[in-house]
Design a protein around this ligand. Sequence first.
Ligand SMILES: [Zn+2]
Length: 197
Amino acid sequence: MSESIHINNYIPIPPIFYPEGSDKPFCNCKVCGKELMESGEPYLIEKAYGQDLEKEKRQVIFEFVYCFDCVQEVHETLSVESRVKIAEYMKQNTNLEQRDAELKKHELFDVDIWLHNCVVKNQSIDEVKEFQIYALCQGGDLLFHQAPYMICGDAVDEIAGLLSNKSLDILNDLMTDLIDLPPEFSELFKTRHPILI
Ligand SMILES: [Zn+2]
């Protein structure tokens, strides 16, 4: 799956998808180390946030970037049962294709709009305690192709609940590079892991 893909709508990767504390996008796959900027290969960014709504403080819990080969490899190591359940859940609870078509029809190529409501539960990013965001990128560009999207903590919990223990172990093993968390967020870290959807 190493060839580039062609999506007509893209923008330079916005800072919310940069590595935390950096002023530049990710440049290597976090799993295999492959270079991402020059290769033209598509890749996926996943970031998890916790936030204190009263203090309006937001904190990254973890962040990942995976090349498509690694996405595929991780998917293949998950149990078939887990994969089928997640696919069914997403089919029943989201409408990413229709949303994509609507946003494009109105030429709304603004990441804030695409991330504003959970694609499963429709909760606003300003009212959830936890959320995970996903982007499909290629070189220095973010591609508008169903992604980017946001999934709130409640939906992440439901999806994680569909995974077998073995699949959860595999995903937890990916958690090699966590952000240093202040104590108020450290509880979250114990239950959070990439779900790669
Ligand atoms: Zn990789």
